[in-house]
Design a protein around this ligand. Structure first.
Ligand code: PAF
Length: 283
């Protein structure tokens, strides 16, 4: 079995229109490829939720801050297609840059507040790039439901906000973060870790988990976050970009844990930037 691969909006529209006419529901799983078990869990959720599943593979230049990072992004289309075929996905849509952003393209979708701070503060323009491409993918597929991982929690909440604000008729289905046995969140960037870095990497997840539990028990926010930062750095992480407690729904900063929240972090291990987040709420 193989998965049909298409490259143009016209082909996508023809196929999706046929599906809809036959009464089938459509789910879309937006990806940048280099598929790992985390992505595959999203595809499985999509297959449960809809009759037809379109996986999109587009390494979106508008969401990269550096040309080097864009060039280094892993591209494994053949392997990705084989993995999707074995799951039973119905279509792999791989548009080129000129298909997505033809000459004269000037529109940007920008979601304020929720896209500011956290990753938005360290990757200027990143979330405008994400919102713009995701809006296009939703409009191109006309899907009924889209699946996003909680690993990129700020992205998930930003997409939800955008869909609500722009009245895009699509349901957003979140899926929990998939982790290695030692707790490290799956990420396409994990392959860049040296063996020594890979041994240290799970510390980010374990510190977040312990910190979330401490906060839930009523430990004061600032000293507890300070201890967490120290533990991450002393484990071998080079730099912490942010480690913050944010309201789970609107991602606004919190000064104490008085409602459901997320503890979110981004940190550098050698030359690799890792992000993670965990849920916490008052006991
Ligand atoms: O999470 C990703 O892989 C990307 O940000 C997305 C949603 C596919 C948009 O390019």
């Amino acid at each position: 079995m193989s998965v049909p691969v298409i490259h143009t909006i016209a082909e996508l529209r023809t196929i999706a229109t046929g599906w809809r006419r036959s009464g089938a529901t459509i789910a879309v799983v937006p990806t940048m490829g280099a598929l790992h078990e985390g992505h595959l869990s999203l595809v499985r959720a999509a297959l449960h939720r809809a009759d037809r599943v379109v996986v999109t593979l587009f390494v979106n230049p508008k969401q990269f801050n550096s040309a080097a990072d864009l060039a280094a992004y892993p591209r494994t289309e053949k392997e990705d297609a084989a993995k999707l075929a074995s799951l039973g996905a119905h279509l792999l849509y791989v548009p080129g840059v000129a298909e997505m952003y033809p000459a004269g393209f000037t529109t940007t979708v920008s979601v304020s507040r929720i896209g500011e701070g956290l990753c938005g503060a360290f990757r200027p323009g990143h979330f405008d790039g994400v919102a713009t491409v995701v809006a296009k993918l939703f409009l191109q597929t006309g899907a009924d439901v889209a699946i996003f991982g909680e690993k990129d929690f700020q992205q998930l909440q930003l997409v939800r906000r955008m869909v609500q604000d722009l009245d895009i008729p699509i349901a957003i289905l979140p899926c929990g973060t998939v982790r290695e046995a030692d707790g490290l969140a799956l990420s396409s960037r994990n392959v860049r870790l040296s063996p020594a870095e890979r041994a240290v990497a799970p510390k980010l997840a374990s510190v977040l988990q312990e910190t979330a539990q401490r906060l839930a028990k009523g430990h004061p926010l600032l000293p507890t976050l300070g201890q967490a930062r120290a533990a991450i750095l002393s484990a071998g992480y080079r730099e912490i970009e942010y480690l913050e407690l944010r309201d789970e729904a609107d991602l606004q900063p919190m000064t104490r844990l008085d409602r459901p929240a997320r503890l979110l972090a981004a940190a550098w291990l050698g030359d690799t930037r890792l992000i993670d987040n965990v849920r916490t709420s008052p006991a």
